[in-house]
Ligand binder design. Structure first.
Ligand code: SF4
Ligand code: SF4
Length: 376
């Protein structure tokens, strides 16, 4: 038996999601297999920004509600938590519908703050990573990612969702320190996921996002829920179903290099056809710096990567892009016009991620356009 189950779920009606999530967990032994009486259980949805559920930026509140109810039924004490990148936690909780779920079920919802050192799993590449104490101190974690594309890392699914336990500004610092090297950044995500070791990952793939994810892509109906004891196994199966090339997925390359890749030969459990592939999913095409040795990063950044550009007609002058920029490469003048210092810019895509109106796009330079033209 594989650790992953994938089933169909047509919509977010409360009863439907609860029934289908119960069905989803049955082959894995049910929620009761993972949660003991009295355990404090962190439900970790994707709460990237203060966006309503229909934008598909965040995990749908009905998925969080169903998971919380199953934990309660198993005798656990669930609480909802995340550390949004930029928007205030209370406004994120309210806009995403999480606050309402917490109130209706009388459970706690809290910001994942108070960074503490994470005890790193054996074989980790990174030895010093700080995450929220609320994640470390929870008896169990149930990871509740959203199915989304990601302009920098191709996809954000189970493993990447746990990077959300890194507290606020520290995320931007990691982007600054390792974000230019996608495979190293994936190593970090992998280390955090292995070290936090969530009891269960349940993916909200009913409506997901394609294109300019994780913040500004297009919603797309996929009609699935997936669960796994191993978020890596889940991520790679979903990557394949989306028609994306596994070897282009930085997380897969990291897992392969570290001999952590799961055996994907056996089909996943569940009623979703094992060989099903979605057609024409808009998956971001990643620029590559890996063609060059690291001492040529500056050269590679200039000629082989796309660079951020602002659409002044769309911009609403909120300043979020300049606030999040980990390289301090953006300056917003009093007219709302952004000046970008491309020498400082590390191409981390944070500005695109937080822009509420999709006013930042990444423009390919001459060399990349030529490579595209030659289909290299
Ligand atoms: S300008 Fe955008 S892509 Fe460049 S470092 Fe700043 S946030 Fe990252
Ligand atoms: S580009 Fe986007 S994030 Fe930056 S100021 Fe304009 S609207 Fe805000």
């Amino acid at each position: 038996m594989t650790p992953t189950v994938i089933i169909a779920c047509p919509d977010y009606a409360e009863k439907t999601v609860h029934k289908r999530m119960t069905d989803l967990l049955e082959p894995l032994g049910g929620m009761g297999r993972f949660i003991m009486q009295g355990e404090r259980v962190l439900l970790k949805p994707n709460m990237l920004s203060a966006s309503p559920p229909e934008r598909c930026v965040t995990t749908h509140p009905e998925v969080v509600r169903a998971a919380a109810r199953l934990v309660l039924d198993s005798g656990g004490i669930p609480f909802i938590g995340d550390s949004p990148g930029l928007d205030g936690f209370r406004s994120v909780a309210e806009r995403t519908g999480m606050e309402q779920v917490a109130q209706e079920l009388s459970i706690e919802i809290r910001e994942l703050d108070c960074p503490v050192p994470l005890t790193m799993a054996a074989g980790s590449v990174f030895q010093k990573v700080f995450v929220s104490s609320h994640a470390v101190e929870a008896d169990k974690i149930i990871n509740l990612p959203k199915l989304k594309t990601h302009a920098q890392m191709m996809l954000t699914l189970g493993v990447k969702n746990l990077f959300g336990t890194v507290v606020r500004k520290a995320k931007a610092e990691w982007h600054y320190n390792v974000g230019l090297h996608r495979d190293t950044f994936s190593d970090l995500h992998l280390d955090i996921a292995k070290s936090l070791a969530p009891a269960l990952t349940i993916l909200d793939g009913i409506d997901g996002m394609e294109g300019h994810g994780p913040g500004n892509g297009k919603p797309r109906h996929f009609g699935l829920l997936a669960a796994s004891c191993d978020p890596l196994d889940l991520d790679f199966r979903i990557c394949t179903m989306l028609g994306a090339d596994l070897h282009s997925f930085p997380l897969y390359r990291s897992a392969l290099r570290r001999n952590l890749h799961p055996d994907l030969k056996k089909p996943a459990e569940g009623d979703f056809p094992a060989d099903f592939a979605f057609e024409n999913v808009d998956i971001p095409k990643l620029d590559s710096l890996h063609l060059l040795p690291s001492f040529l990063d500056g050269f590679g950044k200039r000629f082989f990567t796309s660079r951020p550009v602002q659409d002044r007609n769309k911009c609403v002058r909120c300043g979020k892009c300049a606030s999040i920029c980990p390289a301090d490469a953006m300056k917003l003048d009093e007219n709302g016009i952004i000046a970008i210092d491309y020498e400082k810019c590390i191409r981390c895509y944070c500005c695109q991620e937080v822009c509420p109106v999709d006013a930042i796009s990444f423009s390919k330079g001459l060399v990349l356009r030529a490579l595209d033209f030659l289909k290299i």
